[in-house]
Each structure stands twice: as structure tokens, then as C-alpha cells.
Write a protein that binds this ligand. Structure first.
Ligand SMILES: CC(C)(COP(=O)(O)OP(=O)(O)OC[C@H]1O[C@@H](n2cnc3c(N)ncnc32)[C@H](O)[C@@H]1OP(=O)(O)O)[C@@H](O)C(=O)NCCC(=O)NCCS
Length: 168
């Protein structure tokens, strides 16, 4: 299993993965809109020359009355159904975190399953001063510090990018 940056030639396979992993084409389309409208970090998992998993990180902001902070959002992540539960999703998250850190980012947020993401070090966003723009259960809204104390000075409300606004 290799985790590497997505190439242009992988885009069709990535669309197929998202179409297969999610009930509708919403996530597949979201990936395309995000990828074409901003700098993203997009990684694929490759097994025997076949692209079987994908993870995307894209920029958004955390804002309060005085300040605006940059962050990344992890979404979506998808593994082909027949390859799930073999650790591929975990490798994508772990390698994604390293890549985000290497590219100089400081915070990752996500809305996801509360039993999955804490194992990678994600913690409650609400309890760390970040509010979600609309109501979500507290335990699904999480944040990850890529550099020590990155969260210390950050507080505010999440401001999603336009492709996400359309998604909601
Ligand atoms: C989420 C996903 C990427 C995980 O990939 P994976 O390769 O199966 O992940 P791993 O093998 O590393 O980890 C499997 C673990 O994740 C858990 N898991 C997977 N999807 C989950 C979900 N939607 N909710 C809760 N737990 C989930 C499994 O139960 C398993 O738990 P365990 O380790 O305690 O047994 C994959 O299941 C998937 O593509 N799901 C459909 C798309 C999706 O829901 N994406 C997340 C929202 S953006």
C-alpha cells in the first residue's frame, strides 16, 4: 500500500471511489469543486497499481470579530467498499496529517465519526474555542493541532469555503 499525492491521472479513479463509498454523487462533486477552486492537499492510497482510497484537505477560516485564522478541513475521505476495514483509511489520515504539517499548516478541523478520529489525536473543537456555524452534535466536530499550542490563540466560528456552502 502506497500513500502519495494525487496526480491528474488519478482524478477519474478518485471520482469512482467517492461515488462508490457514498450514497450519492455529492462528495465526488464536492471534491472536484474544491480541487478546481483552491489549493488542496489530496492524497491517494494505491494498492497494486489500483487507486483504492482518497483523502482531501482544503482551506477554510475560523473567524471572530477581531481576527481570522487559517485552517484546513479534512473532507471527504473515502475507501472503496471492498478495501475498507484494512487500515487504509487510517494510513490516509496519518499521512495526510504529516503532509499538512510539512506544508506549514497549523490546524485541521473535521465533522466526522466520534469513534474514529480521536485515535489519530483529534479533540473536541467546541471545547477548544471553535464553534460550528450550524448545530451539529458536539462530539462530531473535532480539531487537530499540527503544531504545539496552535489552538491556544485561536477562537471563533468556522467559515466554510464556497463549495462547502453549496454542499450544505
Ligand atoms: C471512513 C472510511 C474512509 C474508513 O476507511 P477504512 O480503510 O475502512 O478505515 P480503517 O480500516 O483505517 O479503520 C476502520 C475503522 O473505522 C471504523 N469506521 C469506518 N467508517 C466508519 C463510520 N462511518 N463511522 C464509524 N466508524 C467507522 C470502522 O468501524 C473501523 O473501526 P475499528 O478499527 O474500531 O474496527 C471508510 O469506511 C469509507 O470510505 N466510508 C464511506 C465514506 C465515509 O463515510 N467517509 C467518512 C465521512 S467523510
Amino acid at each position: 500500500m502506497i500513500i502519495r499525492n494525487e496526480d491528474i491521472e488519478d482524478q477519474e479513479a478518485v471520482r469512482e471511489i467517492n461515488l462508490n463509498a457514498f450514497p450519492t454523487d455529492v462528495e465526488a462533486t464536492l471534491v472536484e469543486k474544491l480541487r478546481s477552486s483552491m489549493d488542496t492537499i489530496s492524497l491517494v492510497a494505491v494498492h497494486e497499481d489500483k487507486v483504492v482510497g482518497h483523502i482531501l484537505f482544503s482551506p477554510l477560516r475560523i473567524e471572530n470579530d477581531e481576527e481570522s485564522f487559517e485552517a484546513l478541513i479534512l473532507a471527504p475521505i473515502a475507501v472503496l467498499p471492498e478495501y475498507q476495514k484494512q487500515g487504509i483509511g487510517s494510513k490516509l489520515v496519518e499521512n495526510g496529517i504529516v503532509e499538512c504539517r510539512n506544508q506549514g499548516h497549523s490546524i485541521i478541523v473535521l465533522v466526522g465519526h466520534p469513534e474514529y478520529y480521536p485515535r489519530f489525536g483529534f479533540i473536541s473543537a467546541e471545547q477548544n474555542g471553535i464553534k460550528h456555524p450550524f448545530e451539529v452534535p458536539e462530539d462530531v466536530f473535532m480539531v487537530y493541532e499540527l503544531i504545539p499550542d496552535a489552538l491556544h490563540k485561536v477562537n471563533g466560528i468556522l467559515k466554510y469555503s464556497e463549495p462547502f456552502e453549496e454542499f450544505f
